[in-house]
Design a binder for this molecule. Structure first.
Ligand SMILES: Cc1cc2nc3c(=O)[nH]c(=O)nc-3n(C[C@H](O)[C@H](O)[C@H](O)COP(=O)(O)OP(=O)(O)OC[C@H]3O[C@@H](n4cnc5c(N)ncnc54)[C@H](O)[C@@H]3O)c2cc1C
Length: 461
């Protein structure tokens, strides 16, 4: 094989987009997809970019981070967003698609492309030479996962994800929460963003604390135990670790289990009342800009609607916006912050790029977005051009920045959200106005990038 040919492994959301972007820039691409030779436990067809669950690509509105991401991808001739637009079904402000029409359109475009060779086979190793994009997704086959483990020096690629929800810091009620570390110690902090909190009014406090009165707590507990859980897929054999039990499982053991466990108030005195609350939910800073907080110990399998309803009963979170809900499901992703540049190239082997959910994003659109970045940079690698780093003010740049430079303790897949972009110089309370200003700033940065990097042109066929 010509070493100038780019090998893309996986024709899901990310691999399809990556192959398209590279091919449109004149590169020759070998796209390897194992279906139908070997199926994953969640896919049912041989189509590229098969949609495995919901048919929604979320908001299309520009004042929403997901809408901005789509807009940026459209401007770069995204195959996935283009086919989604062409197969859209009515869904209000969201972009939802006819799943069959969508995957058929993506497959047809890839198969018809003169620069793409579409191979149906399982990749069981990573090619020793040439430019490569690994986009084999959350259900990567075992043989390839083992090779990726060797390549990245980590063998913990298969996770049973236990992710706690994250809220937008701007939507927390600061009149109700208080800053404090247990017993006044800052050492229990998750690291990363401690400095930002230390400089704030809570002294060396590392956490935001949401204090429950007894009656509030009991009402919260009563809702938690009867809440609806997300269904478990056949291939997801749930094995919980005692230290990582879903919050609803702990709650089911009785009201005291949580109050004496993750919500214990000992060492936490509310400075406004001078006394210890009945129970406390701690929020830990998630990023250095302090725009995101996670709910400590709240890994959960509850349905998303239930999470929103019940976790908003926590004092201080009544109007919280959830930028990521808690999930517990099978996943495969690498520890990108220690392995990748924001160009999605490996730091140790720059010819190898990763894309899709595997880099630590979540969702169809975000996965495709990471394919777009990897595809552009792989094409530039074969033509010996410098790779592109998307500015962090853009939705594409915020995601690549998150995966390559996350500073916290527990790196977990993330959706596009405003909290990943640098905060605006001044706090804007109105959600729509904030979105509008963020989108305006992103557009200016994106316009500059297109000109500087000659990115808009995709006429290499
Ligand atoms: C069960 C499930 C439900 C989900 N539901 C949603 C949802 O409702 N909404 C949402 O936005 N996101 C959802 N996600 C997340 C979403 O699937 C992913 O974010 C997205 O599809 C990932 O894109 P990707 O390109 O990284 O992986 P995929 O789209 O999974 O593509 C990876 C491709 O690589 C192929 N492959 C794997 N191993 C090999 C190999 N060795 N050789 C060759 N090919 C290989 C696979 O067959 C597949 O086609 C869900 C994920 C799962 C697992």
């Amino acid at each position: 094989m010509d070493t100038r040919t780019i090998t893309v492994i996986g024709a899901g959301m990310a691999g399809s987009e990556a192959a398209w972007q590279a091919a449109q820039r004149g590169a020759k691409v070998r796209l390897i997809e194992m279906r139908p030779v070997k199926m994953t436990p969640a896919h049912h067809t041989d189509k590229a970019a098969e949609i495995v669950c919901s048919n929604s690509f979320k908001s299309n509105h520009i004042t929403n981070a997901s809408g901005l991401l789509k807009q940026e991808m459209r401007r770069l001739d995204s195959l996935i967003v283009g086919c989604a637009d062409a197969s859209a079904v009515p869904a209000g402000e969201a972009l939802a698609v006819d799943r069959d029409a969508f995957s058929e359109a993506v497959t047809a475009q890839l198969q018809a492309h003169p620069n793409i060779e579409f191979v149906r086979d399982e990749a069981t190793s990573v090619p020793d030479e040439g430019v490569v994009i690994i986009a084999s997704g959350p259900l990567t086959s075992d043989a390839l996962a083992a090779k990726i483990g060797e390549l990245t020096g980590r063998y913990d690629l298969y996770f049973y994800d236990a992710v706690a929800p994250i809220v937008d810091a701007a939507t927390i009620d600061y009149d109700k929460v208080f800053k404090a570390s247990r017993w006044g110690r800052s050492s229990e902090s998750g690291g990363g963003g401690e400095a930002a909190l230390n400089s704030a009014s809570g002294g060396d406090a590392a956490y935001l604390n949401c204090p429950f009165e007894k009656d509030e707590y009991l009402a919260f507990h009563a809702e938690l135990v009867k809440a609806e859980k997300a269904p478990v897929h056949d291939f997801e054999d749930i094995k919980y670790f005692e230290a990582c039990l879903p919050v609803e499982e702990l709650a089911a053991r009785g009201p005291k289990t949580l109050a004496f466990g993750p919500l214990k108030p000992v060492g936490l005195e509310d400075p406004r009342t001078g006394r210890r609350p009945y129970a406390v939910v701690q929020l830990r800073q998630e990023n250095s800009a302090a725009t995101l907080y996670n709910l400590v110990g709240f890994q959960t399998r509850l349905k998303w609607g239930e999470q929103k309803r019940i976790f908003r009963m926590i004092p201080g979170l009544e109007n919280a916006e959830f930028v990521r809900f808690g999930v517990m499901h099978r996943n495969t992703y690498i520890h990108s912050p220690s392995l990748l540049h924001p160009t999605l190239q490996m730091r140790e082997h720059s010819r190898i790029h990763f894309a899709g959910q595997m880099v630590g994003v979540e969702g169809y659109l975000e996965s495709a977005a990471m394919g777009l970045v990897a595809g552009i940079n792989a094409a530039r690698a074969v033509s010996e051009e410098a790779p592109v780093v998307f500015p962090e003010e853009t939705a594409l740049g915020a995601l690549t920045q998150y995966v390559s430079a996350y500073e916290g303790k527990t790196f977990a897949p993330m959706n596009a959200c405003w909290g990943l972009l640098p905060p605006l110089p001044e706090r804007v309370k109105d959600k729509k106005e904030k979105g509008r200003l963020m989108a305006e700033r992103a557009r200016a940065a994106f316009d500059n990038l297109l000109v500087r990097e000659h990115l808009a042109a995709t006429a290499g066929v």
